[in-house]
Design a protein. Structure first.
Length: 211
């Protein structure tokens, strides 16, 4: 089984809960080929017109600029990593109600018609990654699971909508650690309970059926 862990926090584990979730997962996973794709360490220029310029130049056989070449290489590397994975683990925080920018760039690279989804002749979207599993490990200092705050949460919900909704991956586990900043007197207890769930997910991962 090939596991791709998309790590999206460059803060140390003693300061960032989602980084600690990543470390806990890595310490407890066994019996699988595990690869980390650290979006903060990869060379990942932002998705934009330069990439579309590069597509056009490749089609016309024109010479690429350094930035265009980097974009094409980065996009291909992200797509190759996703292709090789049976299970994709997203480990990331909620920052300012959404996901970190480098994780958004990773999603932008792989969110491609013909790769992660396609359109039918009548314009309907078809999921192309239904054979893959996904696991979500997310941390947020506030409490966003209440009916009042849930509509503002655009990190875990976004990844679920993309990986599960658009790409078609089966989301087998979701571990959310929340409220440790809002309730500092309970922070240690909240984090410990969440990390125990991460440990359980990692240790049980070998039982997931890969088709």
């Amino acid at each position: 089984m090939n596991i791709l862990v998309v790590k999206a926090n460059n803060r140390p584990a003693n300061e960032a809960v989602s980084s600690k979730m990543y470390e806990t997962f890595m310490e407890n996973i066994e019996g699988a080929n595990v690869t980390t794709f650290d979006v903060f360490k990869e060379d990942m220029p932002y998705f934009g017109q330069d990439l579309f310029n590069a597509f056009g130049k490749v089609q016309n056989g024109e010479e690429l600029t350094d930035l265009e070449a980097r974009l094409l290489a980065a996009k291909q590397k992200a797509m190759d990593a996703l292709t090789a994975a049976d299970v994709v683990v997203f480990a990331f925080p909620l920052w300012n109600l959404t996901i970190p920018a480098p994780l958004q760039t990773f999603i932008d690279y792989v969110y491609q018609a013909g790769f992660t989804f396609k359109y039918t002749e009548d314009g309907q979207a078809v999921q192309l990654m239904t054979h893959k599993k996904a696991i979500i490990l997310n941390a947020r200092g506030g409490v966003y699971s209440t009916p009042e705050a849930a509509p503002m949460e655009m990190s875990a919900n976004y990844i679920k909508n993309v990986a599960g909704g658009v790409f078609g991956m089966q989301i087998t586990d979701e571990v959310i650690i929340e409220g440790h900043n809002a309730m500092p007197d309970k922070a240690e207890e909240i984090i410990a309970a969440g990390l125990e769930k991460v440990k359980e997910v990692a240790q049980s991962l070998s039982t997931i059926s890969i088709i």
